[in-house]
Design a protein around this ligand. Structure first.
Ligand code: PEP
Ligand code: MN
Length: 343
């Protein structure tokens, strides 16, 4: 249920509506838009139906939300959300690029890659310290040591850092070092994890599950939003299909579909989507052209020696070429690619 207040409704009127709704045991989330304040009501809504809410001063209308996702829906918030990560703003016209190695492997590689992606214009540094690997015998990440290196490197090159949290038990340590928390594809429906990150106020990069529908993807975002954390950025990273020439099939239609349903920004990860470095640039350009709010791209200085995801990692030089092309394309499309002090 959504309660739309009249333009110019006072704070006292807003408070009165909130108290009235909360006294029924329901939760409220307030969205103050440019023109209107909207109150999202979550919980068992049946108790509300019997209430003459439209008669309360300041209330313009009360509307049911037909979609299963409420706070993620455009009905709740018609304007696109802009999510702050440090000084950066993701969404609403700007095109943000996250780049870095799949995993933090050691200081030398991380710093070399970070320096080069920063020089090429990347905005946020990525690097996994807790890696979700198919095999228990594969490199699992450096854990806290990796987080420390990532933090140090982000500070050195003045870039916010994003890294994956796989488990609620890892949350305190990841919170300590990261500017943005990544919930990976394999955890998109880890509901206890979504609930816990929803209690934080860190920006969350929520990746689409490998076999998740867009509806399920938005329902996972709803978990985080309903916990009170409005800072959700979605990331399309390819889904499982019968096609085996690529690691996953990039569902670019998810970008305009999500934009027709939700105010949340959506980025695209062409690296995990394709599993092939030679497909990263064409898919990245397509993502920009179809309206994505940014990209996540894996870059490694020696992909053949990478401890994870070498075949899909771009060399820094190729990443720089791609960034130059993206800047031209962004300008032609009327999109804004925030400048960095190095680019
Ligand atoms: C990653 O970005 O490091 C990752 C493992 O991606 P995904 O969860 O999309 O597979
Ligand atoms: Mn990877």
């Amino acid at each position: 249920m959504i309660i739309v207040l009249k333009p110019g409704a006072t704070d006292a009127e807003l408070q009165h509506v909130l108290e009235r709704v909360e006294s029924l045991g329901l939760k409220t989330v307030v969205s103050k838009g440019v023109k209107r304040t909207v109150i999202g009501v979550i919980g068992e809504e049946d108790v509300l139906r019997a209430q003459p809410l439209a008669a309360i001063p300041g209330v313009e209308k009360v509307m049911p939300v037909l979609k299963p996702y409420k706070l993620a829906s455009l009905e709740f918030k018609p304007e696109p959300s802009v999510i702050k990560v440090g000084e950066l703003s993701i969404g609403s016209g700007s095109f943000t690029v996250i780049a870095g190695p799949c995993a933090v492997e050691n200081r030398e590689i991380l710093f070399e890659v970070a320096e080069k992606v920063k020089a090429a214009g990347a905005h946020i540094l990525r690097g996994g310290a807790f890696k979700p690997r198919t095999s228990p015998y594969s490199f699992q990440g450096l854990g806290e040591e990796g987080l420390k290196l990532l933090r140090e490197c982000g500070d050195e090159f003045d870039m916010p850092v994003v890294t994956e949290v796989m488990d609620t038990r890892q949350l305190p340590v990841v919170m300590k070092y990261a500017d943005m928390l990544q919930v990976g594809a394999r955890n998109m429906q880890n509901f206890p994890l979504l609930t816990e990150v929803g209690k934080t106020r860190k920006p969350i990069l929520l990746k689409r599950g490998i076999a998740a529908s867009i509806k399920e993807f938005l329902m996972s975002a709803e978990y985080v939003l309903s916990g009170g954390n409005a800072n959700v950025v979605l990331c399309e990273r390819g889904i499982r299909t019968f096609e085996d020439s690529v690691r996953n099939t990039l569902d670019l239609s998810a970008v305009p579909v999500v934009k027709g349903e939700s105010h949340l920004p959506i980025m695209v990860d062409p690296s995990h989507a394709s599993g092939r470095w030679d497909l990263v640039a064409p898919l990245a350009k397509a993502a920009l052209a179809c309206g994505a709010d940014g990209l996540m791209i894996e870059v490694h200085s020696a992909p053949e020696d990478a401890r994870s995801d070498g075949p899909q990692s771009l060399l820094p030089e190729r990443f720089a070429e791609l960034m130059a092309e993206l800047k031209v394309l962004a300008a032609a499309l009327g999109r804004h690619m925030p400048a960095t002090d190095k680019s």
